[in-house]
Write a protein that binds this ligand. Structure first.
Ligand SMILES: [Mn+2]
Length: 377
């Protein structure tokens, strides 16, 4: 059978004062076409359906429309897990009822992971939502002493599945996790801060295909472990160059194929003098950030640029250093910063101010707690 792997839809993600809804609808249209033209038998959605655990009405409508179309009208079953951005309880509401409609949602980790059986029982999908180390320790009290790291927690869960798995089936694992060595983008900042929950790919040994979510760049980790990546470019920098895609996995041939997705509005950075940038004539459809080399990033300049480029999202000029306005970090820079530096940078970008001592102390407390508990960072 043919499984389509996707993740990190992030419905409801803000884009300045606007949203990505038009981009997300454009993606869904392509998804429906791919499901039909590639004769997809089931959809695997590896978490971060929503951008926020308190998703707004527009985001919920988008998810509702997608699942109604895929499961209800196209009669293609979908297996969905909650990511760290989702509220597992909300996502899995009415889950028993929805199974009857071909929508299999897992919001919370359970000790006995019952697989979703497809293709007359020839394919088994084990669906693991994002979980914390403490949850695993509570579910497996007899292993509590060994669960000293997040990786040990994930291994405990996978060992339990492997112990009950039927080797005659094609065994698929659906999970939301950060695998050591995965290549990050700027929209993965949460993952970078959550280094404490990184696991090695070896914990997923034994499955025929591991459909991962969490990291937004599509990438192959091993022969069988893969990130589909987000369907949409959600940040500037490295993500501008990524060709977003969904992954087709054939359970009979075990072949994997990436199917590229078009972007309604690609992210793009233009660097140059004001005149050079005003003369760029192929950037009208792009979400833009502009770095001026010869002018200050004042309101008049912004107004002029906006008139020519209505989708301008970020502007930096000569004065950036002094005013603390929008700053741009490469993934490489992000990698070299520690958590507190990333937080400082975040405050500068979002609040236009340095964090005070009280905020820094709160952040350190929260960070320490996260690292101790291996909690959702
Ligand atoms: Mn994500």
């Amino acid at each position: 059978m043919r499984l389509l792997h996707t993740s990190d839809w992030h419905f409801g993600m803000p884009r300045g004062t606007d949203t990505y809804e038009a981009d997300q609808r454009f993606f869904l249209q392509q998804l429906y076409e791919i499901i039909a033209s590639e004769h997809v038998d089931a959809l695997l959605l590896a978490g971060d359906v929503y951008d926020s655990s308190v998703s707004n009405a527009d985001a919920i409508r988008l998810y509702n429309d997608a699942m109604t179309r895929i499961c209800g009208e196209m009669h293609v079953p979908a297996v969905v897990i909650a990511g760290n951005h989702d509220s597992g309880a909300r996502l899995a509401s009415c889950r028993d009822l929805l199974r009857g409609a071909g929508l299999y949602v897992t919001g919370r980790l359970e000790r006995n992971v019952e697989p979703v059986l497809l293709d007359g029982g020839r394919t088994a999908v084990y669906a693991l939502p994002f979980f914390g180390r403490d949850e695993v320790a509570a579910l497996f009290p007899e292993h509590r002493a060994q669960i000293t790291s997040y990786e040990a927690a994930v291994r405990t869960v996978c060992d339990e599945i492997r112990a009950h798995m039927d080797a005659d089936r094609c065994n698929i694992l659906l999970a939301h996790a950060y695998v050591v060595g995965a290549d990050l983008s700027e929209s993965d900042r949460a993952a970078r801060v959550g280094q404490a929950i990184a696991v090695s790919a070896g914990v997923f040994d034994g499955f025929d295909y591991v459909a991962l979510g969490h990291i937004h760049k599509p990438q192959r980790i091993t022969e069988t472990v893969r990130y589909s990546g987000s369907p949409i470019q959600y940040s500037f920098g490295a993500e501008e160059k990524q060709i977003k895609s969904v992954v087709l996995f054939d359970t009979d041939t075990r072949q994997v194929r990436q199917i590229p997705l078009r972007q309604l509005h690609p992210h793009r950075t233009l660097t140059g003098t004001f005149d050079e940038i005003m003369q760029t004539d192929d950037a009208h459809d792009a979400y833009l950030r502009v770095c001026l080399t010869d002018r200050y990033a004042g309101p008049e300049v912004l107004g002029e640029l906006r008139e020519r480029f209505p989708l301008l999202m970020e502007l930096a000029g000569k004065s950036t250093e002094q005013t603390g306005a929008a700053s741009f970090l490469t993934t490489e820079q992000l990698r070299q910063m520690d958590e507190t530096e990333i937080m400082r940078q975040f405050m500068r970008e979002i609040c236009d101010a340095e964090p005070n001592e009280r905020q820094l102390a709160m952040f350190r407390d929260a960070l320490m707690q996260t690292q101790e508990e291996g909690d959702r960072g």
